[in-house]
Design a protein around this ligand. Structure first.
Ligand code: ATP
Length: 233
């Protein structure tokens, strides 16, 4: 589904991702975990096409998209839920959802109903301005808006950021449900390492722009070095 090989990215002359490789198979949930500043957001932006790639390749469904603009990656099945959600505050919940489908297809109402079944609060708040929702509700809307494009791969940047653990759990359970029912494929980056690895089947640990560990989630969660560094173990 997604293959990243030898990816290098920089801000000006400062390289922040170094020769990074990873893959996501269809139907997988994969987590990239790491501390603040490890390069997780830059990686997501590079995959989505909103940060330039200095070296390496990004392939989606076997097609090299490294030099393709972001909107063409959307039509090839990538949808990014950006850090900080970035919903359109003055627009209604329903209009935010409709905009998510705009590049991909015209059949908005059936998909909106599906999203309202996934996150029932969005049905209750359908006519309300997105900016008036709580942080957790905005995160649900941002995810639903991305799913409206019927992505083959959902890219999630720190969905738990700023949310209470119970709200994070609710969102992760909805994602797991969608994964089971519709085979949703997800690549997520998270500072909340234990929540992310419990949702994902595989993970990569990122430190200062490099992959320092990778494997099955249960192996990473029980790895003593990872427990010491990230899980207070
Ligand atoms: P966070 O969880 O804080 O978002 P992150 O793991 O997503 O962290 P990035 O935001 O990708 O990390 O940042 C990686 C590195 O790039 C950091 O050292 C950061 O200081 C630097 N960086 C990020 N954005 C810029 C920018 N616009 N200009 C210069 N350097 C930047």
């Amino acid at each position: 589904m997604l293959k990243v090989e030898g990816l290098t990215a920089a801000y000006g002359r400062i390289e922040v991702l170094h020769d990074l490789s990873l893959y996501v198979e269809p139907g997988e949930i994969v987590a990239i975990v790491g501390a603040n500043g490890a390069g997780k957001t830059t990686l997501m932006k590079a995959i989505a096409g909103i940060h330039p790639v200095a070296a390496g390749t990004i392939t989606v469904g076997g097609e090299d998209v490294t030099r393709r603009p972001a909107h063409e990656r959307v039509t090839r099945g990538l949808a990014l839920v950006p850090e900080g959600r970035q919903v359109f505050g003055p627009l209604s919940v329903a209009d935010n959802l409709a905009l998510g489908a705009y590049r991909a297809h015209g059949d908005v109402s059936a998909d909106r109903e599906e999203m309202e079944a996934l996150f029932p609060i969005l049905a209750q708040r359908r006519r309300q301005a997105a900016g008036s929702l709580s942080g957790g509700q905005q995160q649900m809307l941002a995810i639903a808006r991305a799913l409206m494009s019927r992505p083959r791969l959902l890219l999630l940047d720190e969905p738990s950021m700023g949310l209470a653990p119970i709200v994070t759990r609710e969102i992760f359970e909805a994602l797991a449900g969608r994964h089971r029912s519709a085979g949703l494929t997800v690549l997520l980056v998270e500072q909340n390492i234990s929540a992310a690895l419990k949702l994902a089947s595989r993970g990569y640990v990122l430190e200062t722009g490099r992959v320092v560990a990778e494997g099955r989630s249960e192996d990473l969660l029980t790895d003593p070095a990872i427990q010491r560094a990230y899980l207070g173990g």
